[in-house]
Design a protein around this ligand. Structure first.
Ligand SMILES: NC(=O)c1ccc[n+]([C@@H]2O[C@H](COP(=O)([O-])OP(=O)(O)OC[C@H]3O[C@@H](n4cnc5c(N)ncnc54)[C@H](O)[C@@H]3O)[C@@H](O)[C@H]2O)c1
Length: 338
């Protein structure tokens, strides 16, 4: 594997994947419309600004890089409340444009795809633990676009003359942290996920609110599986390097789902404790009912990733917190001067 197209490679996860590929001597070619991606994240990389559905641009990319071996498809609109407000926009951007992208990949014989899927498509389970065969029932338009894209990709591997078309769908759990070398990280200084809110409470001296304290978990707060984004990026490298072993060309089933989490559930209260330990300070914590759309959450069974990819997470929550804080310092200083 020498060269890989990364859609959405100027975003949080795609840019970390691009760095992990570079570290392994694989050249990333980034395609991103910069709707949320950052030019700073692609400054030293092969970069095409544009839309994943732009057939002419895809033709140009493959003309200039006929040696692209695979595609990592990260590009998507990802904001859940926005997807509730503008569902058609989300179905067009994520689902319809993925169809156009696949058309271009097929035309250029680029038949290996690693897809950014999401644990948010899983239906709630009684013990919050999910493996790849657990039922799916996405709870928001955003998550439904991910579920639909998985279906589109699976069908793509089954079409006429599709013997070489193969997809590994990585279902990400909750990415935290940043590239440990601080090349890239979250573009947003005020992320809305729990760790983002903890950082905000810590840096501004305001209280942190636990939303939802009556869930059927060990302490009543919601549960998630926080995976360091660098570990997540390394799972992509493993999927690419082992692609033909995981799905040989021509085998009957050419679509494979793999959970990428830590295998450990962490409740919101446990996350607060881990955060306080990592920063050496305590927070003022308040409690409130769940917000509309909140769910109990889930955590991953990660045996498939271990067995098929030889991948295991290496970093814990403390490293995720430390890297997120370090990145925030570097990034806020950088955007303040630009
Ligand atoms: N961040 C998470 O918690 C999480 C969890 C599970 C799955 N995912 C998935 O991982 C992928 C990356 O997420 P992220 O957190 O890095 O988000 P992000 O917004 O940082 O990255 C997405 C990138 O795609 C680009 N993009 C969007 N639409 C495009 C289009 N039509 N053409 C070209 N580029 C386009 C954006 O500019 C952005 O750089 C997404 O597919 C997302 O659904 C993310």
């Amino acid at each position: 594997m020498k060269k890989v197209l990364i859609t959405g490679g100027a975003g949080f996860i795609g840019s970390t994947v691009a760095s992990a590929l570079l570290d392994r001597g694989i050249t990333p070619v980034v395609l991103d419309d910069l709707s949320r991606g950052r030019t700073e994240f692609v400054a030293d990389r092969l970069f095409y600004r544009g839309d994943i559905a732009d057939a002419a641009l895809l033709d140009r990319i493959f003309a200039e890089h006929p040696d692209i071996d695979a595609t990592v498809h990260c590009a998507a609109k990802i904001v859940v409340p926005e997807s509730v407000a503008k569902p058609l926009y989300y179905y067009r951007e994520n689902v319809a444009k993925t169809v156009e992208l696949l058309d271009a990949l097929q035309r250029h014989g680029c038949t290996r795809v690693v897809f950014s899927s999401s644990a948010s498509i899983y239906a709630p389970t009684p013990d919050a633990r999910v493996d790849e065969s657990s039922p799916v029932d996405a709870g928001s338009p955003y998550a439904r676009t991910k579920q639909m894209m998985e279906q589109v990709l699976q069908d793509w591997t089954r079409g006429e003359g599709a013997e070489r078309q193969r997809v590994i769908a990585l279902r990400y759990f909750n990415p935290i942290g940043a590239d440990p070398q601080l090349r890239t990280g979250l573009q947003d200084l005020r992320p809305t996920h729990a760790l983002g809110k903890l950082i905000e409470a810590h840096t501004t001296g305001t209280p942190f609110t636990v939303t939802g304290t009556d869930w059927a978990t060990r302490d009543g707060s919601g549960i998630r599986d926080y995976v360091h984004v660098q570990d997540l990026a390394e799972a992509h490298v493993a999927a690419l390097l082992r692609f033909d072993e995981v799905i040989a060309p021509g085998v009957a089933d050419r679509y494979r789902v793999i959970n990428v989490g830590t295998g450990d559930g962490t409740t919101v209260r446990e996350l607060i404790a881990a955060f306080e330990q990592a920063v050496g300070a305590s927070l003022e914590v308040r409690e409130a009912g769940p917000r509309p759309g909140d769910v109990i959450g889930c955590y991953a069974v990660v045996d498939t990733a271990r067995d098929l990819l030889g991948w295991q997470p290496r970093r814990g929550i403390a490293e995720g917190v430390a890297d997120a804080l370090a990145w925030r310092r570097v990034w806020s200083a950088r955007i303040a001067v630009s």
